[in-house]
Design a protein around this ligand. Structure first.
Ligand code: GDP
Length: 420
Protein backbone atom coordinates (compact mmCIF):
# COMPACT_ATOMS: atom_id res chain seq x y z
CA UNK A 1 0.00 0.00 0.00
CA UNK A 2 1.17 3.55 -0.72
CA UNK A 3 0.95 6.59 1.54
CA UNK A 4 -2.14 7.86 -0.24
CA UNK A 5 -5.25 8.89 1.56
CA UNK A 6 -7.53 6.04 2.53
CA UNK A 7 -11.16 5.54 1.39
CA UNK A 8 -13.69 2.83 2.03
CA UNK A 9 -15.62 1.92 -1.08
CA UNK A 10 -18.81 -0.09 -1.27
CA UNK A 11 -19.63 -2.06 -4.44
CA UNK A 12 -23.39 -2.40 -4.65
CA UNK A 13 -25.93 -3.66 -7.17
CA UNK A 14 -28.28 -6.49 -8.09
CA UNK A 15 -27.06 -10.09 -7.91
CA UNK A 16 -25.25 -11.23 -11.08
CA UNK A 17 -24.82 -7.70 -12.41
CA UNK A 18 -21.04 -8.12 -12.04
CA UNK A 19 -19.91 -6.83 -8.63
CA UNK A 20 -17.40 -9.63 -7.99
CA UNK A 21 -16.13 -9.48 -11.54
CA UNK A 22 -15.60 -5.74 -11.19
CA UNK A 23 -13.75 -6.18 -7.88
CA UNK A 24 -11.52 -8.78 -9.56
CA UNK A 25 -10.94 -6.45 -12.50
CA UNK A 26 -10.02 -3.52 -10.22
CA UNK A 27 -7.57 -5.65 -8.24
CA UNK A 28 -6.10 -6.98 -11.47
CA UNK A 29 -5.76 -3.62 -13.25
CA UNK A 30 -4.17 -1.93 -10.22
CA UNK A 31 -1.67 -4.73 -9.62
CA UNK A 32 -3.26 -5.59 -6.29
CA UNK A 33 -3.88 -9.26 -6.78
CA UNK A 34 -2.81 -10.96 -3.56
CA UNK A 35 0.58 -12.65 -3.59
CA UNK A 36 -0.86 -16.07 -2.75
CA UNK A 37 -3.06 -15.93 -5.85
CA UNK A 38 -0.06 -15.18 -8.05
CA UNK A 39 1.92 -17.99 -6.41
CA UNK A 40 -0.95 -20.40 -6.84
CA UNK A 41 -1.30 -19.41 -10.45
CA UNK A 42 2.40 -19.84 -11.14
CA UNK A 43 2.29 -23.38 -9.77
CA UNK A 44 -0.79 -24.28 -11.76
CA UNK A 45 0.60 -22.72 -14.91
CA UNK A 46 3.86 -24.64 -14.54
CA UNK A 47 1.99 -27.89 -14.05
CA UNK A 48 0.02 -27.28 -17.19
CA UNK A 49 3.03 -25.93 -19.03
CA UNK A 50 1.40 -22.54 -19.57
CA UNK A 51 2.56 -19.03 -18.81
CA UNK A 52 1.04 -15.58 -18.38
CA UNK A 53 -1.19 -14.16 -15.75
CA UNK A 54 -4.86 -14.43 -16.54
CA UNK A 55 -7.73 -12.33 -15.27
CA UNK A 56 -9.63 -15.60 -14.90
CA UNK A 57 -7.39 -16.56 -12.00
CA UNK A 58 -8.45 -13.52 -10.04
CA UNK A 59 -12.02 -14.54 -10.61
CA UNK A 60 -11.43 -18.13 -9.52
CA UNK A 61 -9.84 -16.91 -6.35
CA UNK A 62 -12.70 -14.52 -5.59
CA UNK A 63 -15.19 -17.32 -6.17
CA UNK A 64 -13.27 -19.47 -3.70
CA UNK A 65 -13.22 -16.71 -1.10
CA UNK A 66 -16.93 -16.28 -1.58
CA UNK A 67 -17.55 -19.93 -0.84
CA UNK A 68 -15.75 -19.47 2.44
CA UNK A 69 -18.59 -17.11 3.31
CA UNK A 70 -18.25 -14.99 6.35
CA UNK A 71 -14.46 -14.68 6.40
CA UNK A 72 -14.78 -12.40 3.42
CA UNK A 73 -15.97 -9.39 5.39
CA UNK A 74 -12.88 -9.49 7.55
CA UNK A 75 -10.47 -10.21 4.69
CA UNK A 76 -11.00 -6.82 3.09
CA UNK A 77 -9.91 -6.37 -0.50
CA UNK A 78 -7.61 -3.46 -1.19
CA UNK A 79 -6.28 -1.60 -4.20
CA UNK A 80 -4.60 1.75 -4.85
CA UNK A 81 -5.05 4.46 -7.46
CA UNK A 82 -2.98 7.65 -7.82
CA UNK A 83 -5.12 9.48 -5.29
CA UNK A 84 -6.34 6.88 -2.81
CA UNK A 85 -5.80 3.57 -1.12
CA UNK A 86 -9.19 1.90 -1.40
CA UNK A 87 -10.57 -0.76 0.87
CA UNK A 88 -13.60 -2.50 -0.56
CA UNK A 89 -16.15 -2.91 2.20
CA UNK A 90 -19.33 -4.94 1.98
CA UNK A 91 -17.72 -7.42 -0.33
CA UNK A 92 -20.13 -8.86 -2.85
CA UNK A 93 -21.12 -12.46 -2.59
CA UNK A 94 -21.51 -12.38 1.15
CA UNK A 95 -24.35 -14.65 2.21
CA UNK A 96 -26.32 -11.80 3.65
CA UNK A 97 -25.13 -8.93 1.57
CA UNK A 98 -27.75 -6.44 2.69
CA UNK A 99 -27.15 -7.07 6.34
CA UNK A 100 -23.45 -6.73 5.79
CA UNK A 101 -24.09 -3.52 3.97
CA UNK A 102 -26.06 -2.10 6.86
CA UNK A 103 -23.42 -2.86 9.42
CA UNK A 104 -20.75 -1.63 7.01
CA UNK A 105 -22.28 0.97 4.72
CA UNK A 106 -22.33 3.74 7.30
CA UNK A 107 -18.62 3.28 7.15
CA UNK A 108 -18.22 3.33 3.35
CA UNK A 109 -17.23 6.77 2.10
CA UNK A 110 -18.45 6.37 -1.48
CA UNK A 111 -19.92 3.62 -3.62
CA UNK A 112 -19.87 2.09 -7.08
CA UNK A 113 -23.32 0.97 -8.22
CA UNK A 114 -23.11 -1.83 -10.78
CA UNK A 115 -26.07 -2.10 -13.17
CA UNK A 116 -25.99 -4.58 -16.04
CA UNK A 117 -26.85 -2.93 -19.37
CA UNK A 118 -28.75 -6.02 -20.50
CA UNK A 119 -30.92 -6.18 -17.36
CA UNK A 120 -31.37 -2.60 -16.12
CA UNK A 121 -32.62 -1.54 -12.68
CA UNK A 122 -33.71 -4.58 -10.62
CA UNK A 123 -35.09 -5.00 -7.07
CA UNK A 124 -31.69 -5.21 -5.38
CA UNK A 125 -30.51 -2.18 -7.35
CA UNK A 126 -33.36 -0.27 -5.72
CA UNK A 127 -32.75 -1.75 -2.30
CA UNK A 128 -29.03 -0.98 -2.30
CA UNK A 129 -29.50 2.57 -3.61
CA UNK A 130 -32.13 3.17 -0.98
CA UNK A 131 -29.85 1.92 1.79
CA UNK A 132 -26.86 3.86 0.46
CA UNK A 133 -28.99 7.01 0.51
CA UNK A 134 -30.45 6.41 3.97
CA UNK A 135 -27.16 5.42 5.54
CA UNK A 136 -25.34 8.35 4.01
CA UNK A 137 -23.05 7.37 1.14
CA UNK A 138 -21.22 10.38 -0.30
CA UNK A 139 -20.91 9.99 -4.06
CA UNK A 140 -22.04 7.26 -6.36
CA UNK A 141 -20.26 6.07 -9.49
CA UNK A 142 -22.78 4.23 -11.63
CA UNK A 143 -20.99 1.55 -13.67
CA UNK A 144 -23.25 0.39 -16.49
CA UNK A 145 -21.74 -3.07 -16.86
CA UNK A 146 -21.83 -5.85 -19.45
CA UNK A 147 -21.71 -3.37 -22.33
CA UNK A 148 -20.19 -6.21 -24.39
CA UNK A 149 -23.51 -8.07 -24.12
CA UNK A 150 -25.41 -5.21 -25.77
CA UNK A 151 -22.85 -4.70 -28.55
CA UNK A 152 -21.66 -1.49 -26.85
CA UNK A 153 -24.93 0.15 -27.89
CA UNK A 154 -25.17 3.83 -26.93
CA UNK A 155 -28.97 3.73 -26.83
CA UNK A 156 -29.00 0.74 -24.45
CA UNK A 157 -26.51 2.60 -22.25
CA UNK A 158 -28.64 5.75 -22.27
CA UNK A 159 -31.75 3.78 -21.41
CA UNK A 160 -30.05 2.22 -18.38
CA UNK A 161 -28.73 5.63 -17.31
CA UNK A 162 -32.28 7.04 -17.49
CA UNK A 163 -33.62 4.17 -15.36
CA UNK A 164 -30.94 4.76 -12.74
CA UNK A 165 -31.54 8.52 -12.74
CA UNK A 166 -35.26 7.91 -12.15
CA UNK A 167 -34.39 5.67 -9.23
CA UNK A 168 -31.98 8.23 -7.76
CA UNK A 169 -34.61 10.95 -8.09
CA UNK A 170 -37.17 8.76 -6.32
CA UNK A 171 -34.96 8.45 -3.27
CA UNK A 172 -33.88 12.10 -3.63
CA UNK A 173 -30.23 11.24 -4.19
CA UNK A 174 -28.69 14.29 -5.80
CA UNK A 175 -27.81 13.15 -9.33
CA UNK A 176 -25.14 15.88 -9.32
CA UNK A 177 -23.26 13.54 -7.00
CA UNK A 178 -23.42 10.64 -9.43
CA UNK A 179 -21.33 9.86 -12.49
CA UNK A 180 -22.15 7.28 -15.17
CA UNK A 181 -19.69 5.10 -17.06
CA UNK A 182 -20.30 2.35 -19.65
CA UNK A 183 -18.01 -0.57 -18.79
CA UNK A 184 -17.42 -4.24 -19.26
CA UNK A 185 -15.89 -5.67 -16.10
CA UNK A 186 -15.28 -8.90 -17.94
CA UNK A 187 -13.61 -7.46 -21.06
CA UNK A 188 -12.01 -4.52 -19.25
CA UNK A 189 -13.63 -1.69 -21.25
CA UNK A 190 -13.30 1.81 -19.70
CA UNK A 191 -11.84 0.50 -16.46
CA UNK A 192 -8.14 1.34 -16.70
CA UNK A 193 -8.10 2.49 -20.33
CA UNK A 194 -10.49 4.23 -22.68
CA UNK A 195 -12.22 1.64 -24.81
CA UNK A 196 -12.42 1.79 -28.61
CA UNK A 197 -15.71 -0.09 -28.36
CA UNK A 198 -17.51 2.94 -26.90
CA UNK A 199 -16.36 5.67 -29.30
CA UNK A 200 -19.57 7.61 -28.53
CA UNK A 201 -18.55 8.04 -24.86
CA UNK A 202 -16.19 10.84 -23.87
CA UNK A 203 -16.50 10.80 -20.08
CA UNK A 204 -14.05 9.49 -17.47
CA UNK A 205 -12.93 5.88 -17.28
CA UNK A 206 -13.59 4.12 -13.96
CA UNK A 207 -10.13 4.54 -12.41
CA UNK A 208 -10.21 8.28 -13.16
CA UNK A 209 -13.67 8.59 -11.61
CA UNK A 210 -12.39 6.75 -8.53
CA UNK A 211 -9.44 9.15 -8.35
CA UNK A 212 -11.81 12.11 -8.53
CA UNK A 213 -14.00 11.00 -5.64
CA UNK A 214 -14.12 13.50 -2.79
CA UNK A 215 -11.78 12.85 0.12
CA UNK A 216 -13.49 11.24 3.10
CA UNK A 217 -14.57 13.39 6.02
CA UNK A 218 -11.84 13.68 8.63
CA UNK A 219 -12.41 11.28 11.53
CA UNK A 220 -14.49 12.68 14.37
CA UNK A 221 -13.16 13.01 17.89
CA UNK A 222 -15.93 10.73 19.13
CA UNK A 223 -15.12 8.40 22.04
CA UNK A 224 -14.11 4.77 21.45
CA UNK A 225 -16.92 2.67 20.03
CA UNK A 226 -16.07 -0.91 19.04
CA UNK A 227 -19.04 -3.19 18.31
CA UNK A 228 -18.19 -6.81 19.11
CA UNK A 229 -18.46 -9.19 16.16
CA UNK A 230 -17.41 -12.42 17.89
CA UNK A 231 -15.91 -13.63 21.13
CA UNK A 232 -13.19 -16.30 21.01
CA UNK A 233 -11.22 -18.22 23.59
CA UNK A 234 -7.58 -18.49 22.56
CA UNK A 235 -5.23 -20.69 24.54
CA UNK A 236 -2.43 -18.79 26.21
CA UNK A 237 -4.36 -15.52 25.94
CA UNK A 238 -7.87 -16.16 27.20
CA UNK A 239 -11.02 -14.40 26.05
CA UNK A 240 -10.59 -12.43 22.84
CA UNK A 241 -13.46 -10.25 21.62
CA UNK A 242 -13.02 -9.18 17.99
CA UNK A 243 -14.56 -6.32 16.06
CA UNK A 244 -13.89 -3.15 14.11
CA UNK A 245 -13.06 0.13 15.81
CA UNK A 246 -15.77 2.49 14.52
CA UNK A 247 -14.68 5.64 16.37
CA UNK A 248 -12.01 6.65 18.85
CA UNK A 249 -8.83 4.82 19.83
CA UNK A 250 -8.35 1.53 21.68
CA UNK A 251 -5.11 1.57 23.72
CA UNK A 252 -3.50 -1.12 25.84
CA UNK A 253 -3.91 -0.09 29.46
CA UNK A 254 -7.30 1.61 28.84
CA UNK A 255 -10.20 0.85 31.12
CA UNK A 256 -13.06 -0.24 28.89
CA UNK A 257 -16.70 -1.12 29.40
CA UNK A 258 -18.90 -3.50 27.38
CA UNK A 259 -22.56 -2.51 27.00
CA UNK A 260 -25.24 -3.70 27.43
CA UNK A 261 -23.48 -6.63 29.14
CA UNK A 262 -22.19 -4.07 31.64
CA UNK A 263 -18.75 -5.45 32.47
CA UNK A 264 -15.48 -3.54 32.54
CA UNK A 265 -11.75 -4.15 32.79
CA UNK A 266 -8.30 -3.10 31.63
CA UNK A 267 -7.12 -3.82 28.09
CA UNK A 268 -4.14 -6.14 28.32
CA UNK A 269 -3.29 -6.75 24.64
CA UNK A 270 -4.51 -5.60 21.24
CA UNK A 271 -3.85 -7.67 18.11
CA UNK A 272 -4.19 -6.76 14.47
CA UNK A 273 -3.29 -9.07 11.57
CA UNK A 274 -1.85 -11.56 14.13
CA UNK A 275 0.54 -9.00 15.54
CA UNK A 276 0.42 -7.25 18.85
CA UNK A 277 -0.05 -3.47 18.51
CA UNK A 278 -0.13 -0.73 21.16
CA UNK A 279 -3.34 0.85 19.84
CA UNK A 280 -6.06 0.57 17.20
CA UNK A 281 -7.78 3.31 15.21
CA UNK A 282 -11.11 3.70 13.37
CA UNK A 283 -11.37 1.12 10.60
CA UNK A 284 -8.99 -1.33 12.29
CA UNK A 285 -10.23 -4.89 12.77
CA UNK A 286 -8.84 -6.07 16.07
CA UNK A 287 -8.85 -8.85 18.61
CA UNK A 288 -8.11 -7.80 22.16
CA UNK A 289 -8.01 -9.15 25.67
CA UNK A 290 -9.44 -7.51 28.77
CA UNK A 291 -8.36 -8.42 32.29
CA UNK A 292 -11.09 -10.21 34.20
CA UNK A 293 -13.59 -10.37 31.30
CA UNK A 294 -14.52 -13.97 30.45
CA UNK A 295 -16.20 -15.52 27.42
CA UNK A 296 -19.62 -15.68 29.05
CA UNK A 297 -19.51 -12.08 30.29
CA UNK A 298 -19.81 -10.51 26.84
CA UNK A 299 -21.40 -11.32 23.48
CA UNK A 300 -21.77 -10.29 19.85
CA UNK A 301 -23.75 -7.05 19.71
CA UNK A 302 -22.05 -5.55 22.76
CA UNK A 303 -20.28 -2.26 22.18
CA UNK A 304 -16.94 -1.59 23.85
CA UNK A 305 -16.19 1.99 24.93
CA UNK A 306 -14.22 3.90 27.58
CA UNK A 307 -15.26 2.98 31.13
CA UNK A 308 -15.65 6.70 31.90
CA UNK A 309 -17.83 7.34 28.80
CA UNK A 310 -19.56 4.00 28.16
CA UNK A 311 -21.81 3.30 25.15
CA UNK A 312 -25.43 4.17 25.93
CA UNK A 313 -28.06 1.49 26.42
CA UNK A 314 -31.48 2.48 25.14
CA UNK A 315 -34.62 1.99 27.20
CA UNK A 316 -36.39 3.58 24.23
CA UNK A 317 -35.13 5.64 21.31
CA UNK A 318 -36.60 7.99 18.75
CA UNK A 319 -35.63 7.42 15.13
CA UNK A 320 -36.37 8.58 11.64
CA UNK A 321 -37.14 5.66 9.37
CA UNK A 322 -38.02 5.16 5.73
CA UNK A 323 -40.24 2.24 4.79
CA UNK A 324 -38.99 0.49 1.73
CA UNK A 325 -40.50 -2.94 1.33
CA UNK A 326 -43.33 -3.87 3.65
CA UNK A 327 -46.12 -6.04 2.21
CA UNK A 328 -48.84 -4.13 4.08
CA UNK A 329 -48.71 -1.32 6.64
CA UNK A 330 -46.75 -0.64 9.82
CA UNK A 331 -48.81 0.23 12.88
CA UNK A 332 -48.01 0.75 16.57
CA UNK A 333 -46.99 -2.47 18.30
CA UNK A 334 -45.15 -3.85 15.25
CA UNK A 335 -42.10 -5.81 16.53
CA UNK A 336 -39.57 -6.70 13.81
CA UNK A 337 -35.82 -7.29 14.27
CA UNK A 338 -33.58 -4.25 14.25
CA UNK A 339 -30.03 -4.69 12.95
CA UNK A 340 -27.69 -2.05 14.34
CA UNK A 341 -23.90 -2.46 14.07
CA UNK A 342 -23.33 -6.10 15.14
CA UNK A 343 -26.53 -6.36 17.23
CA UNK A 344 -29.84 -7.94 16.23
CA UNK A 345 -32.64 -7.21 18.65
CA UNK A 346 -36.44 -7.41 18.38
CA UNK A 347 -37.83 -3.92 18.94
CA UNK A 348 -41.41 -2.67 19.22
CA UNK A 349 -42.56 0.42 17.34
CA UNK A 350 -44.25 1.99 20.36
CA UNK A 351 -45.59 5.06 18.63
CA UNK A 352 -45.59 6.59 15.17
CA UNK A 353 -45.00 10.20 16.09
CA UNK A 354 -45.11 11.96 12.73
CA UNK A 355 -45.05 11.32 9.04
CA UNK A 356 -42.53 13.36 7.05
CA UNK A 357 -43.03 14.58 3.50
CA UNK A 358 -40.06 13.00 1.68
CA UNK A 359 -39.74 15.81 -0.85
CA UNK A 360 -39.83 18.78 1.54
CA UNK A 361 -38.72 17.17 4.81
CA UNK A 362 -41.69 18.89 6.55
CA UNK A 363 -44.12 17.20 8.93
CA UNK A 364 -46.97 15.82 6.81
CA UNK A 365 -49.10 14.34 9.60
CA UNK A 366 -48.92 14.10 13.41
CA UNK A 367 -49.51 10.63 14.94
CA UNK A 368 -50.60 8.83 11.77
CA UNK A 369 -52.42 5.49 12.24
CA UNK A 370 -50.00 3.68 9.96
CA UNK A 371 -47.11 4.09 7.55
CA UNK A 372 -46.37 2.17 4.37
CA UNK A 373 -43.85 1.82 1.54
CA UNK A 374 -42.27 5.10 0.51
CA UNK A 375 -43.23 6.83 3.79
CA UNK A 376 -40.69 8.52 6.02
CA UNK A 377 -41.62 8.86 9.68
CA UNK A 378 -40.39 9.62 13.17
CA UNK A 379 -41.09 6.69 15.50
CA UNK A 380 -40.45 5.79 19.12
CA UNK A 381 -38.95 2.35 19.56
CA UNK A 382 -38.60 0.04 22.58
CA UNK A 383 -35.96 -2.72 22.34
CA UNK A 384 -37.21 -6.00 23.79
CA UNK A 385 -33.71 -6.78 25.08
CA UNK A 386 -31.00 -4.28 26.08
CA UNK A 387 -29.51 -2.61 23.01
CA UNK A 388 -26.56 -0.27 22.80
CA UNK A 389 -27.22 2.42 20.22
CA UNK A 390 -26.28 6.10 19.85
CA UNK A 391 -27.84 9.22 18.36
CA UNK A 392 -26.67 9.50 14.78
CA UNK A 393 -25.84 13.21 15.28
CA UNK A 394 -23.32 12.27 17.98
CA UNK A 395 -21.84 9.01 16.65
CA UNK A 396 -23.10 8.40 13.09
CA UNK A 397 -21.30 5.04 12.94
CA UNK A 398 -23.46 3.72 15.79
CA UNK A 399 -26.65 5.55 14.90
CA UNK A 400 -28.03 3.73 11.89
CA UNK A 401 -29.98 0.52 11.61
CA UNK A 402 -32.03 -1.62 9.29
CA UNK A 403 -35.36 -3.22 10.10
CA UNK A 404 -35.68 -6.78 8.85
CA UNK A 405 -38.74 -8.97 8.76
CA UNK A 406 -39.82 -11.93 6.66
CA UNK A 407 -36.29 -12.37 5.32
CA UNK A 408 -35.94 -8.93 3.82
CA UNK A 409 -35.01 -5.38 4.72
CA UNK A 410 -38.28 -3.58 5.12
CA UNK A 411 -37.01 -0.23 6.38
CA UNK A 412 -33.86 1.60 7.43
CA UNK A 413 -33.26 4.55 9.67
CA UNK A 414 -31.21 6.78 11.90
CA UNK A 415 -31.40 7.30 15.65
CA UNK A 416 -32.47 10.83 16.64
CA UNK A 417 -32.28 10.49 20.44
CA UNK A 418 -31.84 7.84 23.12
CA UNK A 419 -33.61 7.55 26.48
CA UNK A 420 -31.34 5.51 28.74
P1 GDP B 1 -22.32 -10.37 -8.75
O1 GDP B 1 -23.34 -11.33 -8.28
O2 GDP B 1 -22.89 -8.99 -8.93
O3 GDP B 1 -21.05 -10.34 -7.94
O4 GDP B 1 -21.94 -10.82 -10.25
P2 GDP B 1 -20.68 -11.63 -10.79
O5 GDP B 1 -19.47 -10.77 -10.81
O6 GDP B 1 -20.60 -12.93 -10.07
O7 GDP B 1 -21.11 -11.85 -12.31
C1 GDP B 1 -22.22 -12.63 -12.66
C2 GDP B 1 -22.01 -13.22 -14.04
O8 GDP B 1 -21.93 -12.18 -15.01
C3 GDP B 1 -20.74 -14.02 -14.15
O9 GDP B 1 -20.99 -15.14 -14.95
C4 GDP B 1 -19.77 -13.06 -14.83
O10 GDP B 1 -18.79 -13.74 -15.59
C5 GDP B 1 -20.71 -12.30 -15.73
N1 GDP B 1 -20.21 -10.93 -15.99
C6 GDP B 1 -19.81 -10.00 -15.10
N2 GDP B 1 -19.41 -8.88 -15.72
C7 GDP B 1 -19.55 -9.10 -17.05
C8 GDP B 1 -19.31 -8.30 -18.23
O11 GDP B 1 -18.86 -7.16 -18.18
N3 GDP B 1 -19.62 -8.89 -19.42
C9 GDP B 1 -20.11 -10.16 -19.51
N4 GDP B 1 -20.36 -10.65 -20.72
N5 GDP B 1 -20.33 -10.92 -18.44
C10 GDP B 1 -20.07 -10.41 -17.22
Amino acid sequence: MSDEQHQNLAIIGHVDHGKSTLVGRLLYETGSVPEHVIEQHKEEAEEKGKGGFEFAYVMDNLAEERERGVTIDIAHQEFSTDAYDFTIVDCPGHRDFVKNMITGASQADNAVLVVAADDGVQPQTQEHVFLARTLGIGELIVAVNKMDLVDYSESDYKQTVEEVKDLLNQVRFDTENASFIPISAFEGDNIAEESDNTGWYDGDILLTALNNLPAPEPPTDAPLRLPIQDVYTISGIGTVPVGRVETGILNTGDNVSFQPSDVAGEVKTVEMHHEEVPKAEPGDNVGFNVRGVGKDDIRRGDVCGPAEDPPSVAETFQAQIVVMQHPSVITEGYTPVFHAHTAQVACTVESIDKKIDPSSGEVAEENPDFIQNGDAAVVTVRPQKPLSIEPSSEIPELGSFAIRDMGQTIAAGKVLSVNE
